[in-house]
Design a protein. Structure first.
Lengths: 220, 220
């Protein structure tokens, strides 16, 4: 039962300072310690990146979009948003953002069932698969797919309650910087969506850049 | 990994046709077969009721608010909304609604950590606890708390991205009728929130009425 902490700690080395490419349509998970900043750059401005974070001291504690909205009293996340877990603790925060902002918290991470619904036959990579694959590469697993924070994804809640999927609004080279507020596992997925236009009108997933920063690099 | 069905079937008897009181601040879970309609009446109009549903043939398949918003392209749910699982299948639907509508999908079910944040000391009942307690009474468990559909709860997404918690807007005696689209376990929680005004300005949780209907009672 969720109100009792499970304390499911992990033994995964921390990701060293440096760069890595988040390949188009692929995912990556890694552990960083409290205070570490991770800069995610969108070279084309069009790529949606699904994001999750888990408490490294208890993998059952995950960033929860329904608690993010409750704590911040906002629907999207932006610079300054605390991304809290279901235990109401900020696991990570957005400390810098040069993108169009308003990162989506409303839509699901794409998964195999969504691509089947869109008419894809055979295997199609998905953000849900990228999450579990990324965790699996660290020897970790979670028994379900938490809702993702959809960085660089533009979705608008209309006054009449409907939801509008917009084209990506960020400029090439935009970035967000996420700070770990505790020891966390972060997971990123370059969304493999190539049927709808959520990654731009040409429906082409693209590489992004992840930089794990040394403390001195970002005095913010 | 979530994209592989787990097939975790249950052996729980179906709830018989009849009435039951959803006590103020308490929860209840039960199983109903495909086609069964469940009418939830709000005698005072003020009580928020958190709602979940699980596939009885595979308890790992649950109604997912992020997929509901994706499939319906709406933020709140209303009459006609398909409440789908993360497998994109409608587990239940809202087939009748005499309330103010616009049932919330944005805010978290309250839990122990939220009440601690609000300054409550000692044990305070919560919707998350009610979910797990209700499932436990059926001999069932789920390893986390899915986001709830918050029936009769009024929350507005503003054009600037902020989120406004409104007073309850339904009239006394309002009801919603939910139809099982497959064999499901439904869970209801009369929200025990008595610190904020989400259950009305007098901050008093109240009883609601649940009716499991015979087919002939609701030709809709």
């Amino acid at each position: 039962m969720q109100s009792t902490p499970h304390e499911r700690p992990i033994s995964v080395p921390h990701q060293p300072v440096g760069e890595l490419v988040l390949e188009a349509g692929r995912g990556k998970a890694f552990r960083v310690s409290a205070g570490t900043k991770v800069k995610l750059t969108n070279p084309y401005g069009t790529q949606a990146v699904d994001f999750w974070a888990f408490n490294a001291a208890d993998l059952d504690e995950y960033v929860s979009t329904e608690h993010i909205r409750s704590v911040n009293s906002t629907v999207p996340v932006n610079r300054g948003s605390r991304m809290v877990s279901w235990r109401r603790r900020p696991l990570v925060s957005i400390v810098e953002d040069t993108s169009a902002g308003d990162h989506d918290t409303l839509l699901c991470p794409c998964n195999a069932d969504l691509y089947a619904e869109l008419g894809c036959t055979g295997h199609h990579r998905s953000c849900a698969e990228n999450l579990h694959e990324g965790l699996g590469e660290l020897g970790l697993d979670v028994p379900f797919t938490p809702a993702s924070v959809n960085l660089f994804m533009s979705v608008r809640a209309e006054p009449d309650g409907t939801l509008t999927r917009l084209l990506p609004a960020s400029r090439p080279g935009s970035h967000v910087t996420i700070r770990a507020e505790t020891d966390v596992v972060m997971a990123f997925s370059s969304c493999p969506q190539d049927v709808t236009t959520i990654n731009g009108p040409d429906r082409t997933p693209r590489d992004c850049l992840i930089e794990v920063l040394a403390d001195a690099e970002t005095p913010a």
